[in-house]
Design a protein around this ligand. Structure first.
Ligand code: ATP
Length: 203
């Protein structure tokens, strides 16, 4: 097994920027959202099980999951969300760990936006690293990046874990309420710690 860090943070907190800084230091990054998208993309590996469970009508013309239709079902039928996740989450987990074995870096970071919200990731990684910033800053960044109305960004934020819950789950916290330039020194410090922890693991 490799030393694994779960990287998380609310929308717009700066996870992507932080992941890039670790990647520049030679760390392997596994993007769980990308894996989830490919499992449910055209003829993705999760599609047979999903169509079995929900019906062939949940595939679009390309053999990908019809996301709009699934979203509507999950919205109207609370149990559908549980069924969807019970199929998808174990497949995502397996694919994430399989991909993590391909890397050759000193350790691996799983980029998991919903680590705190969805299930059992916390107990499957050695360390939880949270990128934190005040909610007002999150809101401002996402409005600027995506050009969405503030109310829509707030609605997305309301579906995510509150800042305090995320901090409570953290082993390590990168503070990103200020300048971008403040990130690299923090990443350097955690990277040094993780290298030590990873070396201890293989000894
Ligand atoms: P999402 O969950 O939406 O994917 P994220 O957590 O990956 O978001 P990023 O995409 O890394 O967040 O950052 C959100 C936006 O804010 C980006 O446009 C990024 O360039 C900008 N940003 C991040 N950190 C800072 C900072 N310290 N100062 C200014 N802008 C920042």
């Amino acid at each position: 097994a490799r030393f694994t860090v779960g990287l998380t943070g609310g929308i717009g907190s700066g996870k992507s920027v932080v992941a890039r800084l670790f990647a520049e230091r030679g760390v392997d990054i596994v993007d769980t959202d990308q894996i989830a998208r490919s499992l449910t993309g055209p003829h993705g590996a999760a599609m047979p099980a999903l169509l079995d469970a929900f019906g062939a009508g949940y595939a679009d013309a390309h053999g990908a999951l019809d996301r709009a239709k699934m979203r509507a079902l999950v919205f109207s039928e609370p149990d559908a969300k549980r069924r969807l996740e019970s199929i998808l989450h174990p497949m995502i987990r397996d694919a994430v760990f399989a991909e993590s074995l391909l890397g050759t870096g000193p350790y691996v970071i799983f980029d998991i936006p919903l680590l705190v919200e969805s299930g059992t990731w916390k107990e499957r990684v050695a360390r939880v690293l949270v990128v934190d910033c005040p909610e007002a800053v999150q809101l401002e960044r996402v409005v600027a990046r995506n050009g969405l109305p503030a109310a829509q960004v707030q609605a997305i934020m309301a579906t995510q874990a509150p800042r305090q819950a995320r901090l409570a789950a953290a082993d390590d916290v990168i503070e990103n309420g200020g300048e971008l330039a403040a990130l690299a020194p923090q990443v350097d410090r955690f990277h040094a710690n993780y290298l030590t922890m990873a070396a201890r693991l293989v000894r």
